[in-house]
Ligand binder design. Structure first.
Ligand SMILES: Cc1cc2nc3c(=O)[nH]c(=O)nc-3n(C[C@H](O)[C@H](O)[C@H](O)COP(=O)(O)OP(=O)(O)OC[C@H]3O[C@@H](n4cnc5c(N)ncnc54)[C@H](O)[C@@H]3O)c2cc1C
Length: 463
């Protein structure tokens, strides 16, 4: 017998309730603090299942959360007492059309699925740099990746999507059909409906790339920032790196660079010669299969940690600021409780900002994104509170280097903001969406006037 006897019998997926054997597993998320006690988890199989789940939840006055990869650390894909529409169990697929260079990607897919399916045909698209992250959350909120320097954001490469809206309609959204919805979902996150499938543009991709972790000692930080600043000014289409100011598992502080060049090792080492000349203490960069690239950070970004995240922007690498922030990271990592790190994401942005901002609802800034994380072991309110305080302290330090940036620009990348789910998230939406907010409010009024979808920077419908 169904654990939810009055659920429509046409539903093909699985229903899980607190009485089910797999309930605990079903409500777990990437961050341990993002778990919430849902009343029902609906593991959907297709768009029709999603429509049934939405209608059921609305009839029974249950809050709806939508889950893909489950990586939002503040619980944007979880609900306390509501219904989760979980797409990952059955809709984690990527069907590739190699002739047309298109990827039909399920709304529950993780990037590993896309990367592996596409490269089997010598193709790729812009995707997340940790391959167990979900395609949906990452794409709908932006999507920076190692290929952004070539092809912009993940959402710039969405050619269409199937969207199940608040009234249960199954709509196609692309340039020709429902173009307003197509504009809004690309940047507006989960505000307008559940995506059952994306159509992605794919590109020819060489089978191997030059990439890996290169670790520098704190003593070379000044030189490293200088070299980075010079490189960033002219960084080209095949280049990208993430610099992480952290204390390693061996308790040694260092700057870990995840370096990337879309070419051979010889070319990559030549392009980044000035970095290597600084004398890394470890150099693990080499030519690797493309599909391994987005797994390089997996060992540190593992499931089950306590996490708080916040994005912030800086205008350019600035030594004084980075040194001060790094020193504070080291100091905090010596204490018990949440440990921070700071990730400076140098994805060259020329292709991101070349797109007219008005092609999608994503607010584009020409400044490198910075992500501040705090991680902890014990899932307590105290650690969450401390983690948030630490993250905000570090963000304030980074902001100091670029006082000329506007409040919107300093706000940083929306997908890195744990306040997306907080009590102030509706007020913050105007800041996150910037000049697009009024247009998004009109769309919200059209597609979700009752704010059924309100788990990520909820947009208040236009009056
Ligand atoms: C380890 C890690 C690495 C990351 N790396 C990157 C990176 O390289 N680049 C980058 O840009 N960002 C990155 N991010 C940020 C990431 O984009 C967000 O955390 C994103 O929300 C994750 O998406 P998800 O599907 O895994 O999350 P979920 O928690 O499943 O969902 C997040 C949001 O998306 C909505 N959503 C999920 N599925 C659907 C759907 N099918 N239809 C409509 N709405 C849906 C949810 O309702 C929720 O609001 C990273 C985050 C983590 C934790």
């Amino acid at each position: 017998m169904s654990p939810v006897p009055d659920f429509p019998p046409e539903f093909k997926g699985d229903l899980v309730t607190p009485e089910s054997a797999d309930y605990e597993e079903s409500i777990k998320r990437w961050a341990v603090n993002a778990k919430r006690p849902a009343k029902i988890v609906a593991f959907v199989k297709d768009a029709a299942d999603i429509a049934l789940a939405i209608k059921y939840a609305r009839t029974h006055n249950l809050e709806i959360a939508i889950k893909c990869g489950g990586h939002h650390p503040a619980g944007a894909s979880s609900t306390d007492g509501g219904l989760v529409i979980d797409l990952h169990r059955y809709m984690d697929y990527a069907r590739i059309d190699p002739e047309k260079k298109l990827g039909y990607v399920g709304g529950g897919a993780v990037w590993e699925t896309v990367d592996k399916a596409a490269i089997a045909h010598g193709l790729a698209t812009v995707g997340g740099t940790v391959n167990h992250t979900g395609v949906s959350g990452l794409t709908l909120g932006g999507g920076y990746g190692f290929l952004s320097s070539s092809y912009g954001l993940a959402l710039d490469n969405v050619l269409g999507a199937t969207v199940i809206t608040a009234d249960g309609s199954i709509l196609t959204a692309n340039e020709k059909e429902n173009p307003d919805l197509f504009w809004g979902i690309r940047g507006g996150g989960s505000n307008f409906g559940v995506i059952s499938e994306f159509v992605f543009q794919l590109y020819d991709q060489r089978k191997t790339v030059f990439a890996g972790l290169v670790i520098f000692p704190p003593t070379v930080l000044k030189g490293l920032v200088a070299v980075t600043e010079e490189w960033w000014k002219t960084a080209g289409d095949k280049e990208a790196m993430i610099q992480i100011a952290a204390v390693g598992p061996d308790h040694k502080p260092g700057i870990i660079i995840v370096i990337f060049y879309n070419g051979s090792e010889e070319e990559g080492r030549a392009v980044y010669k000035k970095f290597f000349d600084l004398g890394p203490v470890a150099d693990m960069a080499k030519e690797i299969p493309y599909e391994v690239l987005n797994s390089l950070q997996n060992p540190v970004a593992y499931h089950g940690q306590g996490v708080y995240q916040k994005g912030v922007a800086h205008k350019k690498p600035d030594y004084e600021t980075i040194q001060a922030a790094f020193d504070r990271v080291v100091e905090l990592c010596e204490k018990p409780g949440p440990n921070p790190n700071i990730m400076f994401e140098y994805f060259p942005l020329h292709k991101v900002v070349a797109k007219s901002g008005d092609t999608s609802a994503f607010r584009r800034d020409p400044y490198p994104s910075v992500l501040v994380n705090a991680f902890w072991v014990e899932d307590t309110e105290e650690n969450l509170k401390l983690g948030k305080e630490i993250v905000y302290e570090m963000c304030a330090m980074i902001k100091k280097s670029s006082p000329e940036l506007s409040a919107e620009q300093q706000q940083g990348y929306g997908n890195y903001d744990d306040e997306a789910v907080s009590k102030v998230s509706a007020n913050k939406a105007a800041l996150v969406f910037g000049k697009y907010y009024p247009r998004l409010q009109e769309l919200k009024k059209k597609y979700d006037p009752d704010m059924v979808f309100h788990k990520w920077f909820p947009i208040t419908p236009a009056p």
